[in-house]
Design a protein around this ligand. Structure first.
Ligand code: CP3
Length: 338
């Protein structure tokens, strides 16, 4: 929280995206007790338990609520499933009629267990560990809602946006409204920070990025600021490279997530003056581990730390990661000082 407020810190805080996940045997053990992934995300006791696992094992400075970005379309009434080894499958929304079937009517009831998970975490987390709530950004969530799955370039949503921008905007507006209510309820339940995941932001040219990435995130940021002025927001817009210096000024987020491909000098000179930055170790360096991982961590810490910086990976930790490598990463950061 101090780093996000721009205050001086002894060392940068750290957490890692997807820190509760399949690389941990204790996660797989709990996961194996519920077959369906959406039901697993909506089981507050289990979601709370797996959220705490990486904190107990590695001592991260923040816990991120365990859930998924596709819980929002589920709350809007879309059929959402996860197929083992393949990924998400949704009943695609491709036109105004299919869109009209989605509604906020029973939203809070359907996603309510997520708020209960946050309440349990707020009670059970050690006081010095920050609790991060999250949602997908409207653009990224919409790409899955329209395609019904992950696709190579998320073409279906991009094509709808070009062919019928007004119709597509109705979808983006609905998801934006739902996301504001969803994040506000997480704050009311005890989330201290929020992260917005825009994994597919980098698939868009300039004008579309402004309209479908910056504008909806700005609307979310402004609505939350009006209700909870003290709660900072981290924007993670993957793959937008040269547009990163625009993200915080255009949306009002306090912190900007950095993916592994962005040069550190660019982040320090062009992005850090606009926002606190978070990132950006390549997740595959944590799979390989050893000296190459430690050298890169040192370079990142020296270039971006210690203030206005949160150490993280540049994208989610992958299932083949040896947990010992995460332990070595955690030790290196905890032992580091200015
Ligand atoms: O970071 C955390 O620990 C919090 C939990 C979290 C998950 N997904 C758990 C999860 C968060 C923040 C997400 C975000 C998410 N989900 C994103 C944005 C960030 C990113 O990684 O790009 C996206 C695009 C999704 C959608 C999603 N969820 C996909 C495409 C998949 C399938 C791919 C895969 O890795 O299997 C998921 C499933 C998912 N979400 C898993 C986890 C731990 C694995 C499923 C399982 O355990 O059975």
């Amino acid at each position: 929280m101090k780093a996000l407020a721009g205050m001086e810190v002894d060392r940068p805080p750290f957490w890692i995206m997807r820190q509760a996940g399949r690389y941990l045997p204790e996660y797989r053990a709990v996961r194996a007790t519920t077959r369906d992934f959406v039901s697993f995300c909506l089981d507050s006791e289990k979601a709370c338990a797996v959220t705490l696992q990486p904190i107990e094992r590695f001592g991260m400075d923040a816990a991120i609520l365990f859930s998924d970005i596709l819980i929002v379309p589920h709350g809007l009434g879309q059929d959402v499933r996860f197929v083992e080894g393949e990924g998400p499958r949704l009943a695609p929304v491709t036109n105004g009629a299919e869109l009209a079937a989605l509604t906020m009517d029973r939203f809070h009831e359907k996603v309510g267990p997520v708020y209960e998970t946050v309440r349990l975490l707020a009670k059970r987390l050690p006081g010095d560990v920050a609790l991060i709530g999250f949602a997908g950004a409207p653009w990224t969530v919409a790409t899955y809602m329209v395609a019904g799955q992950g696709t190579s370039e998320q073409k279906p949503a991009r094509l709808w946006a070009y062919r019928d921008p007004t119709g597509f905007e109705t979808l983006i507006d609905l998801v934006t409204t739902a996301t504001i209510e969803y994040l506000a309820a997480q704050v009311e339940a005890g989330a201290e920070v929020l992260q917005i995941f825009d994994t597919w932001a980098g698939s868009l040219p300039e004008d579309e990025m402004e309209r479908w990435v910056f504008r909806p995130i700005a609307r979310i940021r402004a609505a939350l600021k009006a209700r909870f002025p003290h709660v900072p927001v981290i924007g993670f817009a993957k793959g937008i490279g040269p547009a990163l210096p625009l993200l915080a000024p255009a949306t009002g987020v306090e912190a900007v997530g950095i993916d592994p491909t962005v040069p550190l000098g660019f982040v320090r000179d062009q992005v850090q003056p606009t926002a606190v930055v978070q990132g950006n170790l390549d997740p595959l360096l944590v799979v390989s581990g050893g000296k190459a991982m430690h050298d890169r961590i040192e370079t990142i810490l020296r270039t971006l730390g210690p203030d206005r910086f949160i150490f993280n990976l540049g994208h989610g930790v992958v299932p083949e990661t040896p947990p010992e490598h995460v332990a070595a990463l955690a030790k290196q950061i905890r032992d580091w000082h200015r």
